[in-house]
Design a protein around this ligand. Structure first.
Ligand code: HEC
Ligand code: HEC
Length: 245
C-alpha cells in the first residue's frame, strides 16, 4: 500500500502489523500532541473546563435516578439497545450529553432527556458513571470471532480501514485524553447500531438521502472507517468488542 504506514504493534506478546492509513496517522499525531496540552481535546473545544473540573461523583449519583430505568442502577444496562455507560471515559460521556442537547448527535430519546440538564448536571453525571465498574461482556466465538478480531486488531488494508486497536486500545479501554471512548464489554447490538449509523452518514452524503445517521466524531474519523465495512464485518467486530476486557 503506497498510502499507508505499517506500524508494529504488540499484541499478546507477539509483534503484529496493524494497518493505519497515512491520513489517519497524521490526524492521530495532531490529536495526541494537542491533547497533551489540554485535559481533553473534545472537552476543551466544546466547553469551558471549569464545570468539568468541579464535577462531583456524589452529586452525580443523586442526579442519576432518571437514568436507571434504561441504563441500570450503576450504568450497566441489561437491555442491549441501551448502552452500558458504567466505566466509560468521563470526557466522552460529558461530550455525548452535551451533543445530545445541542443536536450535534441526533437521538430522540436522549435528546428529550438531556433538554433539562445544565452543564454542571452533565459533568456530575459523567463523573458518577465514569466511576462505576462496567459489567462483564459476552464473548463471541467461531468464525465471527476470528473475523472480528482480524478487523479490530489489523484493520482492513484493501479498503483503508484503520485498525480499531490504534485508538480504542488492545483491551478496548479507549484513550480519555484524546476523546477515544472505551468499547470493552459493551452490548454488541448497540455497537453495531452505532457503526451502521456512522456508515449511514457517508451513504447519505453520496445518495442525498436523509436517513438517521451519526456524525459527531472528531474529523469524521469513524465515518471514514465504517464506510468500507460490510454488515457482516460490522456485526463480527461488534461481537468481538463485546467480549473485550
Ligand atoms: C428512556 C430510556 C433512557 C433514559 C431514561 C436515559 N437514556 Fe441514555 N440512552 C438511551 C438510548 C436508547 C441511548 C442510545 C442512543 C443511540 O442508539 O444512539 C442512550 C445513550 C446514552 C449515552 C451515550 C452512550 C455512548 O456510549 O455513546 C449517554 C452518555 C447516556 N445515554 C446517558 C444518560 C444519562 C446520564 C441519563 C440520565 C440523566 C440517561 N442516559 C437516561 C436511553 C435512555
Ligand atoms: C483514529 C482513531 C479511531 C480509530 C482507528 C477507530 N475509532 Fe472508533 N471512535 C473514535 C472516536 C474519536 C470516537 C468518538 C466519537 C465521538 O466523540 O462521539 C469513536 C467512537 C466509536 C464508537 C461509538 C462508541 C459509543 O459508545 O457510542 C464505536 C462503536 C467505535 N468507535 C468503534 C470502532 C471500530 C470498530 C473501529 C475499527 C474498525 C474504530 N472504532 C476505529 C476514534 C477511532
Amino acid at each position: 500500500m503506497q498510502n499507508a504506514t505499517q506500524i508494529k504493534g504488540q499484541t499478546k506478546g507477539q509483534t503484529k502489523e496493524i494497518f493505519v492509513s497515512n491520513n489517519t496517522f497524521g490526524k492521530l499525531k495532531k490529536m495526541l500532541v494537542f491533547s497533551a496540552l489540554t485535559l481533553s481535546l473534545n472537552v476543551a473545544v466544546a466547553v469551558d473546563n471549569k464545570v468539568f473540573d468541579q464535577a462531583d461523583i456524589a452529586r452525580g449519583k443523586a442526579k442519576s435516578a432518571t437514568c436507571v430505568a434504561c441504563h441500570g442502577a450503576d450504568g450497566n444496562s441489561l437491555a442491549p439497545i441501551f448502552p452500558k455507560i458504567a466505566g466509560q471515559n468521563r470526557s466522552y460521556l460529558f461530550k455525548q450529553l452535551q451533543e445530545f442537547k445541542s443536536g450535534t448527535r441526533v437521538e430522540s430519546v436522549m435528546g428529550g432527556i438531556v433538554a433539562a440538564l445544565s452543564d454542571a448536571d452533565m459533568a456530575d453525571l459523567a463523573a458518577y458513571f465514569a466511576a462505576q465498574k462496567v459489567s462483564k461482556g459476552v464473548l463471541s466465538s467461531g468464525k465471527s470471532f476470528e473475523l472480528g478480531r482480524k478487523i479490530y486488531r489489523g484493520g482492513k488494508k484493501s479498503t483503508n480501514v484503520t485498525a480499531c486497536i490504534a485508538c480504542h486500545g488492545v483491551h478496548g479501554k479507549g484513550l480519555p485524553s484524546a476523546g477515544f471512548p472505551a468499547l470493552a464489554a459493551q452490548h454488541s447490538l448497540y455497537i453495531s447500531k452505532q457503526l451502521k449509523l456512522f456508515r449511514q452518514y457517508s451513504l447519505n452524503q453520496q445518495t442525498g438521502e436523509n436517513k438517521p445517521s451519526r456524525n459527531n466524531d472528531y474529523e469524521g474519523m469513524m465515518i471514514n472507517f465504517t464506510k468500507n465495512l460490510t454488515n457482516k464485518e460490522i456485526d463480527a467486530v461488534s461481537a468481538y468488542i463485546a467480549g473485550l476486557k
